[in-house]
Design a protein around this ligand. Sequence first.
Ligand SMILES: [Zn+2]
Length: 208
Amino acid sequence: MARTRLWTASVGLAVALTGGTVAAGSRPAGTCDVRIPDHVRVLDCRLAATLADGMARSPSLRDLVDRIRELQGIVYVSTALSVSPGGHHVLLGALSHQVAVAGPYRIMRITVRHDYDDRAVATIAHELRHAIEVLQDPAARSKGDVDLVFERIGYRIASGVMETEGAINVERTVSKELQASRQGPPAVAIRQVIVTRPGPAGPALFLR
Ligand SMILES: [Zn+2]
């Protein structure tokens, strides 16, 4: 039940907006024309474009995505009108402690509120860091295992909601990188990344 589900989350105010639900990744052209690495599966095309833009501008975010691939993680990112695990706390985003195991891969799920700006990118970075915290423990293969991970490395900020310093720090770093990129030259290269059409299978090319 949602009431008993533990989440690890970004705390903030929720704003209800609308959004699409088109899948991204290595989908056929025309479905969602955004390239992001296939192991981060954003179930909202506009958010996928936002994340691709963020990856082009934040080295730390790219490192997070690379690390999840190295750890054989697959992370689904979906949006919600309100992120409120258990209905008691309104959050910017959350990582479900549920884990699905498929061969060598562990599959996790992040939910972020409908939002499509740098704030959303930083929130995803925060939650990706939580996913890495789980994936770094080879024994974390169930909800109970993940609960134990965050009991060990994190602290409780509200009933059923855990937090870690690592996630807070990486969110802050990514926010600074995104802000700094806004102060640079016009982002012609960033647009090139966003509009790249899906090509042969393989990792997406991102500028460094
Ligand atoms: Zn957190």
